[in-house]
Structure formats: structure tokens, C-alpha cells
Design a protein around this ligand. Sequence first.
Ligand code: PLP
Length: 446
Amino acid sequence: MKTPQLPPFDHTPQPYSGPSADEVLTLRKEFLSPAIFAYYKRPVMIVEGRGQYLFDEKGRRYLDAFAGIVTVSVGHCHPHVSAAVNKQNALLQHTTTIYLHPNIAEYAQALAAKMPGELKVCYFVNSGSEANDLALLMARAFTGNFDAIALRNGYHGGNAAGMALTAHSTWKFNVPHSFGVHHAIAPDPYRGPYGDDDPEAGRKYADDVKSVIDYATSGRVAAFIAESIQGVGGAVVYPDKYLHHTYEHVRAAGGLCIADEVQTGFGRTGTHYWGFETQGVIPDIVTMAKGIGNGVPLGAVVTTPKIAQALATRIHFNTFGGNPVVCAQGKAVLEVIERERLQANSLTVGNHLLAGLRGLADRHPLIGEVRGRGLMIGVELVKDRTTKEPAKEETLHVFETAKDLGLLIGKGGFHGNVLRIKPPMCFTKADADFLLEVLDVCLTKI
Ligand SMILES: Cc1ncc(COP(=O)(O)O)c(C=O)c1O
């Protein structure tokens, strides 16, 4: 097979004169937490980025199909975003919300304009974990109820609240974090009891949430939270109407519905700006992070004016939330998504990629399922299509070989056997074709 060639790209990376990758690795081992992990047997060092491409210290170019874990939404170092931030950085970097500043107010207005229904009150935080923590607090304060329901195979963060809501043993420490949190069955048509061939699957999975309310709580709940497509869990797309039926059960029990849009928001799913819209629902609270900021520490919680009142009964403050530099970046990101029609691009390129991946599945039995929406895609690898035994070692092999060929992707799923393809939304069809060629070579070499 021919070695796949990256699409041409007109950018020369700057010469690099810092420490070598080996030296950086040594520093990391000595001075950083042993809990942080690096991808790849021989980790890559990335020192520059433009658009959908990354450059290592030797100037080698890679296609970035994982976007810094689904975070670089509009492309690395987008000139419009960089200009907005540089301008603000030179003027004023920080004051907090105790003084007025136009950036936070104008940014909140612009973000609210993207929201459906009554969702318009914004809180700015620094990460997705913090956003979910705040959303849970808000739901508890508003409803006066305590119990929360999340989904198995879901990921919502690494702080106490995020870990409580997360349902992957791999991410949960053995401490009492999940008090009051219950996990319903993951509505996973590939591995769960109801598949895509069952037109009632959405309702049947939602019945499990009702069952959790009935059997595991007082019958009154504060909140239900779900990612709109499970990200870390391996791009699990729920059956139609799942959230619709679930929200009915939750609201009947007095609870609020929280959509975690940390990965699925800002047009990534292609057909809609928000992932929850693909399920035809409007949540009561929406949490955001990652792609909202294209790489800066920015997260947000958006809710209705009525629910927001619940947090006004105490002092609630966040030092960096609404920082002028970060808000300048967030606003510029919204503008680029709009101007460059990145949602439409996610749909076109995503559909092209999904069709190409399904073509690969016809020739490579290792592919158990190709799923996703827009540029939020998972490819689940199995040793056997009937038993669905996860092909963990093979996934690692594909992942490593792809890197050697110049393609960076992610991996996930509870068993670590799902290739995660979630590139910056400026990804082109030529990039998608390169990715398909690379995966074809990787899968053929096994
Ligand atoms: C769906 C989802 N929610 C929340 C989080 C937590 O975000 P952060 O890492 O910014 O705290 C993540 C992170 O991967 C996520 O994927």
C-alpha cells in the first residue's frame, strides 16, 4: 500500500530551540503528578499549531483529528481569535465581576442568542467539571431536592461533583463522592439491551430512569444529567426520543434536566448547534466547556432567569469566571463558527467521513460499529462481530500506527476499544480522505 500523504498546507513552523522531548519527559516525571498520562509509547511533543494541523519540535506536521480532546473547535491559533485575545491582553487582563467590563456582558448576550427557549442567564467558570458542579448545585438549590440521576458510561469531570456523576470505574477514586447520585442504564444501542432495530428503544431506555426514580430515590429528584452524545464513553449516540421520554419522567419527579454540552456543543454535531437539539428537547440547564473557548480555560452554565434566582439566595462568586481575556476569546470563537459556517462544514465533512468509515467497515471485520454525528465520531473495534469482544490491543496498534503515519486521533469507550475522531471543525474533505487512507493502512497491517 502507498504511504498516505497529508494534504498540502501553506505554513512553515518556527524553528524550535527549547528542550528536547526526552528532556521534557524527564522533567514531567520528576516535577508533575504521576497521574498525568501521555498518549503513545513514545509521546509526541507538539510545539505549534495552525488550523487542523500540529507540528512537533522537529517541524513534522500531523493532522489533528482529536483537537486537544475535542477542545480546539475553530482551529489552532485562528487569526481572528488570536487577534481578539492579543488586543485584550494588552489592555486589561483581570479585575473580576466586582467591576463592570463590556466583554463579559457582550459575550453573555452573544451566547444567550445561541440558546433556545428561556435559556439566557450565563455563569462563566473555568472548566467542564466546574460547570457541572455548579449545575448540580443550582438544581438542588432550585428544587429543594437532593438526588441526581446520571448515566452509566457517562463522563462529567474529575472534581468531586464531576466524579460523582461520572460512571466509569476507571475515573472514580475509592472515596465517598457519589452520595445522592444514581446511575441509569446507558442508552447504548450497540452494547445495551435495545438496539437500533428496536423503534421503541428510546422509550425503553428512558423507562430505566423512571425505575431509578421509583426504586432508588424518595420519588423526588433534583436533576438528571446526560451528555448529548457520550464522549469519553466512546461516541455513544442515544436512540431517538430517549431524552424526550427521560425528561418527562424527571420533570414529573420535580427534577431539572441538565444537558452536558461540553463535547457536543457549538455545531460539532453538524445538524444542530447543540447536541440536545438532535433529540428534540430543551433542557433546564446547559453546561459547556472545551470547544466554547478553543483552548482557553472557559466553561459556562446557562439556565433560565427563574432557575438562576436560586443561586441569588447566597453569595456566589468565581474569581476567574468572566475574565475579560477569556471572554474575548469566547466571543471570537462564536464569531468564527458563524462566519466560516463551521456547523455546516461539520455536517458535510462529518457525513463524508462517516460514509468512508462505513466503507472501511465493509472490508475490515475488526470494525464493529461506526457511529456519530457530524464531527463527533466513534469507531468501535471488536475481535468478533457476534460476541463484540473489545479489540483492545488492536485499537492500541491502530492508534500508534496512525500517529507514525501523521494522524492523531483519540481513543475511549469503557474498554478502550473505540477510536475517537473529533477534529477541529475546520477539517476538510481532503483531511478526511487522508484519515481514511491512514486507517485503511493501519487496519490492513494488523
Ligand atoms: C462531557 C464532559 N463533561 C465534562 C468534562 C469535564 O471537563 P473539564 O476536563 O474541563 O473539567 C469533560 C471532559 O472531558 C467531558 O467530556
